[in-house]
Design a protein around this ligand. Structure first.
Ligand code: FAD
Length: 422
């Protein structure tokens, strides 16, 4: 693979890079186990991340254990909470080195990326001490119970009810598009705990176990949703009197909205340094594919590939810029929406370009077996990227956020209570 231009990130980053390179040399699994496929990927629905993290065999788990022992999980979390306290630049270095060594960059998924950072900002000391180590050691695997049939972009309209019953909260309602629910044992869930106040003020953010201590379901009914790609990476999720201790409410009863904002900020911006690695690798794979078809001298193809290359480089610099902001302010701000918009729209456009370059061949499935639905990677990219401008906040809503909160333009008139939509 051709590499991008090296940037001098300073002596601290260099020392960390050298140390990490040595560790990887000494500890990396043999090449057959070190599949790139298992790398944490930002997509949902067909999520490589989830499949890799929870579904893979022994090699994967051993590698995850090694990373855990070496302290290479939840690395951006502060040291006092079991992380490594890495700044944005070092996280970027780490992503680059894992990609260079072609080993999977195991993460603890939504626990590491979304809920852990939100607990760090809003949880009590007791909650931090209880929940954070369970994310790092893999005991708790989270799914996100935010969206509902009538509360997607307008997330504050959630109707799922939470009723306090002694020292427990009892939750009943329906969530939808719950990525990875089948592999999770915990959900971070938004529920309405006060229906009589303005909608943003009556919401609680609760960590709900999917099973009871005796192993029976905690009132959860998960119904897989089939996707264009053939998989079923998410579910409709029905909850009937699911119970959680009051201890599991983050930031207190009815204070869930501000925790939600922290979670969504991380969702839009948290993977900023992994994007360019994934898409740069995809770009060079595409160049190989173009060469194999003898289309490398076609002027239009060359122009489209040049367009793509410049964007993967912009993504790289944008990721570093965003991470510097995170380091300065401790959490991503509204500018993370620029990042989400940029990579998701790029991914869709690039997948289309590749389909066009391949021509008729792109429309035929590799497997002709009756009843089989198997796509090649480019077809799968094309179909799965349809979702990337939807999950984590749609591209249209990101534009509203950038307009209103980054550029200071007038508010969206449909957003009557002047709060940002998802
Ligand atoms: C692959 C995938 C995985 C997902 N995983 C999860 C998950 O794990 N957990 C979870 O809780 N949710 C998940 N979601 C749900 C996702 O967050 C929502 O789909 C998303 O927030 C949009 O909500 P909606 O689908 O209800 O669309 P709507 O909000 O109904 O939007 C419909 C259309 O209207 C536009 N629109 C809405 N409001 C505005 C506005 N104010 N200004 C301009 N345009 C607007 C939207 O851009 C969109 O085009 C997932 C979705 C997908 C596709």
């Amino acid at each position: 693979m051709t590499t991008t231009m090296d940037i001098d990130l300073g002596p601290q980053a260099k020392a960390f890079r050298d140390e990490l390179r040595q560790w990887l040399e000494a500890n990396r699994p043999p090449p057959s186990e070190a599949s790139d496929e298992a790398e944490e990927a930002p997509q949902r629905g067909g999520r490589g991340a989830m499949a890799g993290m929870f579904g893979a065999g022994g090699g994967w788990r051993e590698w995850a254990d090694k990373l855990h022992d070496g302290g290479y999980l939840c690395v951006a979390w502060p040291k006092e909470f079991g992380g490594r306290g890495l700044g944005g630049i070092e996280v970027a270095v780490m992503n680059e080195e894992f990609a260079r060594a072609r080993v999977p960059r195991v993460t603890r998924g939504m626990g590491e990326w979304l809920v852990g950072p939100s607990i760090i900002v809003w949880g009590t000391d007791e909650q931090k001490a209880h929940f954070l180590p369970r994310i790092i050691d893999g005991t708790d695997r989270y799914c996100q119970g935010f969206s509902e049939p009538d509360a997607g972009s307008d997330l504050a309209s959630v109707k799922t009810r939470g009723i306090v019953d002694g020292d427990e909260i009892v939750i009943t309602g329906q969530k939808v598009w719950t990525s990875g629910a089948q592999m999770a044992n915990m959900m971070f869930c938004l529920c309405r705990t006060d229906p009589d106040v303005p909608k943003h003020q009556g919401i609680s953010y609760v960590l709900v176990p999917l099973k009871r201590d005796d192993g029976s379901s905690n009132g959860f009914d998960l119904r897989p949703i089939k996707q264009l790609t053939g998989g079923a990476g998410f579910t409709e999720t029905f909850m009937t009197e699911a119970r959680a201790p009051m201890f599991n409410i983050i930031a207190g009863l009815n204070n869930g909205w501000r925790v939600t904002m922290t979670t969504l900020g991380n969702e839009r911006g948290g993977n900023a340094t992994t994007q360019h690695i994934q898409y740069t690798r995809q770009f060079w794979d595409a160049v190989e594919m173009v060469r194999s078809k003898g289309k490398q001298d076609d002027a239009l193809v060359r122009q489209q590939l040049a367009w793509a290359y410049t964007r993967t480089e912009i993504m790289r610099f944008q990721g570093l810029r965003l991470l510097s902001e995170v380091v300065a302010k401790k959490e991503p701000g509204p500018a993370s929406s620029i990042n989400k918009m940029f990579w998701s729209e790029y991914a869709q456009r690039f997948a289309e370009i590749i389909m066009n370059i391949r021509g008729a061949e792109a429309m035929v499935m590799p497997s002709q077996e009756p009843g089989q639905y198997r796509l090649d990677r480019w077809q799968s990219d094309f179909l799965s990227t349809r979702s990337v401008t939807i999950w984590g906040g749609t591209a249209q809503v990101q534009r509203n956020i950038v307009g209103e909160r980054v550029l200071g333009m007038p508010k969206d008139p449909s957003n009557e209570d002047e709060r940002p939509a998802r």
